[in-house]
Ligand binder design. Structure first.
Ligand code: 13P
Ligand code: SF4
Length: 303
């Protein structure tokens, strides 16, 4: 840590105590932000952590839909998003109005929304999921249930492949996993590291996940790396930075160094500090929308 980082770190620790605050960070945040966090994890873990937190303030270092989910699950706490512009372009690929139209075209279907969606979309969905529990939740639904999966086409197709269910997907995607990780990267990795395990995120397209040895969420990847060596990870590079720091003796590579989520990289340690000092930017959700959205998130957490 350089001197500026150290001062920021110390001040953040002091403010956390004074204000009864905690910092949660997603696995894709830059390392200096991860270092400030009380808990680092995938979307599901962060939602669970926010739900049980007793703190008055939760500074959420991630993207907006994650902070909104934290607010749904812990309405008593003040949820702060250090950079208001940190959004998820995939979540913006579907509006509540578009989902209502989609539902009208497929009457009687159950709507499953990936947590990477707006709170308004969650409010008109039946059940939410993350990349770590989508398959499990679908398996628990009646076998003849027609399912609409939004907004990620790739996670929806992955879940359909794993469960053999009839799933109609929205055509959203994550720019990072859909465009920055290619078949050429897989070919190159197989040539250069034939003895490595390739694990990819289910937001990658079928052409990629069908060629991987393992598929999982960022937590499932971290768990796999904890117990194994020689792993190539097809996901955003922040996770690889974290794991390389945690296990310097292990051989862990990103499948693509171009896989950077600009939104996840918008938050700096200074933003976290300012967020704590000025108590900004507070997440506020219309209570009617929050009520409906919470139902779909709670149904997920019951699994
Ligand atoms: P995880 O839940 O696997 O951390 O994924 C979140 C995400 O946004 C992936 O792009
Ligand atoms: Fe959204 Fe993709 Fe960034 Fe995840 S990596 S937050 S899905 S844009």
């Amino acid at each position: 840590m350089d001197i500026t980082e150290q001062v920021t770190y110390n001040t953040v620790q002091k403010l956390k105590k004074e204000k009864n605050a905690i910092v949660l960070a997603h696995n894709y945040q830059i390392l200096p932000v991860q270092h400030l966090a009380d808990f680092i994890g995938d979307s599901l873990q962060l939602a669970q952590e926010a739900a049980k937190a007793k703190a008055e303030i939760i500074v959420f270092c991630g993207v907006r839909f994650m902070a909104e989910t934290a607010k749904l699950l812990n309405p008593e706490a003040r949820i702060l998003l250090p950079v208001m512009e940190a959004g998820c372009p995939m979540a913006d690929m579907l509006t509540a109005e578009q989902l209502i139209d989609f539902k009208e075209k497929h009457p009687g279907a159950t709507v499953m929304c990936y947590v990477n969606s707006s709170v308004e979309v969650k409010a008109v969905s039946d059940i939410c999921c993350t990349s770590s529990n989508a398959v499990k939740i679908i398996e628990s639904l009646p076998p003849d249930e027609k399912i609409l999966f939004v907004p990620d086409q790739n996670l929806g197709q992955y879940a359909a492949m794993k469960t053999g269910r009839n799933i109609i997907v929205w055509d959203g995607y994550c720019m990072v996993h859909h465009h920055k990780i290619t078949l050429k990267d897989v070919d190159g990795m197989r040539m250069e590291h034939p003895d490595y395990t390739l694990m990819v995120h289910p937001e990658c397209p079928p052409a990629i996940f069908n060629r991987a040895d393992k598929v999982g969420s960022t937590k499932q990847m971290a768990d796999f790396v904890r117990d194994n060596d020689k792993v190539v990870l097809g996901t955003e590079v922040g996770l690889i930075d974290q794991l390389s720091e945690m296990y310097p003796e292990k051989n862990i590579f990103p499948l693509s160094i171009r896989a950077t989520c600009l939104n996840m990289k918008k938050t700096s340690p200074r933003d976290v500090l300012l967020s704590l000092i000025e108590e900004k930017h507070e997440i506020v959700i219309d209570p009617k929308i929050a009520d409906a959205a919470l139902k779909s998130v709670q149904r997920m957490l019951e699994y």
